[in-house]
Design a protein around this ligand. Structure first.
Ligand code: DON
Length: 567
């Protein structure tokens, strides 16, 4: 166990060194009557707003934001990655779209192990072999075709403009490029685009132009999915994979399809929540936790008191133990979803909760079900429109700047999402998550995710949309944002700003945002037996709260970049 904990710590350091935390650009919480967009980047939020103001609906705006983020937030916004969408339409339909990356057909279970069976951690993180088959472009086109009202060329126009004419780098844009410069410089395609020819650092105020990316976006705009998954872009992706040790083929690209899935639904107090099902773990964990919280009467405790945090942490601990063992791609492993979500199971699971003593993660294992056969730097944005549509999208390249490989001639970064698979049972990934058989590597399989786009309704009307960045912390932070609104009636800015905690079973640490938890509270939690670790920030999230008076309030985490645009 101690070896695993040490590795977990080292890998967490790897991850968090890439995780952009900055307070340079503080979002303005704001309320609007007709439409609102919250995203990690000002240009992208404004691209969505432009589409809303021309009469487009929330789906049209989502597609505009996603493509704009691919230009203005290269470390996470993407066309070389994937994600998940939860949407509520004006007619009350609720749906989810899985555009998660897939393992290439030539992927094998042991592809990241050496001949002695040891895990070579770097291989699933940096370079061509780290990439799954990207899903974002198919996802955006699939969503637009079903729910959009504007043509692809129109909604992609802002992104193409930003790539072709360039945009002015903010301080944090520049810093994020400079921080990744060494790893980006290892790949010619990335060096040509993300480093200055003279090697000087980027500065706030520099104009950042991406001509190759503009051409790639134009091919998508005019040819749809063929403009990415085949033709010139498809060939350029495969050539880059061949140059950098990747295994994605034209056939993998051609075969990629996003999938509409039924949301995970749960009730909590007066709210109904709709969340992402597997291969995201977000919905199942959040539903399990909310149900366990009801069992331990969470509503009786004041926000972030030791007793409140203790209940949250113990529920997270139990749920992440299930997550890591049972969850994976439902198309490949039989996941006992009904069993995991059964009320009786969850009340049994939390029945050993001791109000004054922390459990130990070594003694908490996953739930046991007999009847299952084994077959075998992220970003989030929300849009609400004048028509009643609300959409939450969580999307990523995985680590900041993904695999650091840019497709030469096409100008976009490829993901390193293969690291989200369990490369070897018991080995932590870059988020310290330890996976099991259900999330082992298989050709064509989707890797388990923590991305958690979430929409909550009250009296049948959407009141909350949210999600974020931060690996497993996305789940715990999104849930706390929701609880802050649901239990404490906080507005959008209060809900997103309240201090957060995180627990993910292993490592057995209770993370708290150190600046905001008093010594008294921490001492009390330690007396309960929690190993409290004070850290800077937990996740970067974006939310919309829709108020009864019809106003839509957006907020982006002041823990990092973010921008609310509306009208
Ligand atoms: O899907 C997942 O759970 C991870 N690939 C998310 C990565 C992430 O949040 C990194 N960002 N900050």
């Amino acid at each position: 166990m101690s070896r695993i904990l040490l590795k977990t710590l080292l890998l967490s350091l790897f991850f968090f060194s890439q995780f952009e935390l900055t307070s340079a650009q503080v979002s303005q919480p704001a309320s609007f009557q007709n439409g609102v967009v919250t995203s990690a980047d000002r240009y992208a939020s404004e691209a969505g707003l432009e589409i809303l103001q021309m009469g487009g609906n929330a789906i049209d705006a989502v597609v505009a934001v996603q493509f704009a983020l691919a230009v203005t937030l290269p470390r996470a916004g993407n066309i070389g990655g994937g994600g998940f969408m939860v949407l509520h339409t004006r007619d009350g339909e609720i749906n989810t779209l899985d555009f998660r990356e897939k393992a290439p057909a030539r992927a094998t279970r042991d592809m990241y192990l050496d001949e002695d069976g040891e895990y070579i951690s770097d291989k699933s993180k940096v370079g061509g072999l780290a990439s799954g088959v990207p899903g974002t472009v198919d996802g955006m086109i699939t969503a637009l075709e079903r729910y959009g009202t504007l043509a692809l060329e129109i909604v992609m126009e802002p992104a193409i403009r930003l790539a072709e004419d360039g945009y002015i780098l903010s301080h944090s844009h520049a810093r994020s490029l400079n921080n990744a410069a060494e790893r980006l410089s290892r790949f010619d395609g990335s060096k040509d685009i993300f480093l200055k020819p003279d090697g000087a650092p980027w500065k706030a105020g520099d104009l950042f132009v991406q001509k190759d990316l503009a051409e790639s976006l134009k091919r998508i705009a005019s040819m749809g999915r063929r403009g990415f998954y085949s033709g010139l872009t498809g060939r350029l992706i495969v050539e880059e994979m061949n140059r950098t040790g990747g295994i994605i083929t034209l056939r993998d690209l051609r075969d990629y399809k996003s999938v509409w899935r039924n949301p995970v639904k749960t009730e909590f107090h007066d709210f109904e929540l709709y969340m992402m099902p597997p291969p995201s773990s977000g919905g199942i964990v959040m539903k399990q936790v909310l149900n366990m919280l009801s069992e331990v009467n969470i509503e009786e405790y004041s926000l972030n008191s030791a007793d409140y945090v203790h209940r949250l942490a113990e529920s997270f601990r139990r749920s992440f133990a299930d997550r890591n063992y049972w969850l994976g791609d439902p198309d490949y492993s039989e996941i006992p979803v009904a069993e995991l979500l059964e009320q009786k199971y969850l009340s049994d699971r939390i029945s050993d909760f001791d109000p004054t003593m922390a459990s130990s993660s070594e003694s908490i294992s996953h739930g046991k079900f007999n009847d299952v056969i084994e077959s075998d730097e992220t970003t989030h944005f929300n849009v609400a429109d004048q028509y009643g549509n609300v959409v939450a999208v969580n999307t990523t390249l995985n680590g900041s700047f993904g695999s650091f490989v840019t497709v030469s001639g096409a100008g976009f970064l490829m993901n390193n999402e293969m690291d989200d698979f369990s490369a070897k049972p018991g080995e932590p990934n870059m988020f310290g998550l330890i996976g099991a058989e259900a999330n082992s590597i298989e050709p064509g399989k989707r890797m388990l995710s923590s991305m958690s786009p979430t929409i909550a309704l009250k009296n049948g009307k959407p009141v909350f949309a949210g999600g974020g960045a931060g690996g497993p912390r996305i789940i715990t932070a999104t849930l706390q944002n929701f609880l802050n609104m649901a239990l404490f009636e906080m507005n959008a800015n209060q809900a997103i700003s309240a201090p957060r905690i995180h627990h993910q079973w292993l490592p057995d640490n209770l993370y708290v945002e150190g600046l905001y938890f008093s010594d008294d509270t921490v001492r009390r939690l330690e007396e309960y037996g929690h190993r409290v670790e004070k850290i800077g920030s937990i996740a970067l999230t974006h939310i919309i709260i829709l108020n009864e008076d019809g106003m839509m309030s957006g907020a982006s985490d002041s823990r990092g970049d973010g921008y609310v645009a509306g009208y």
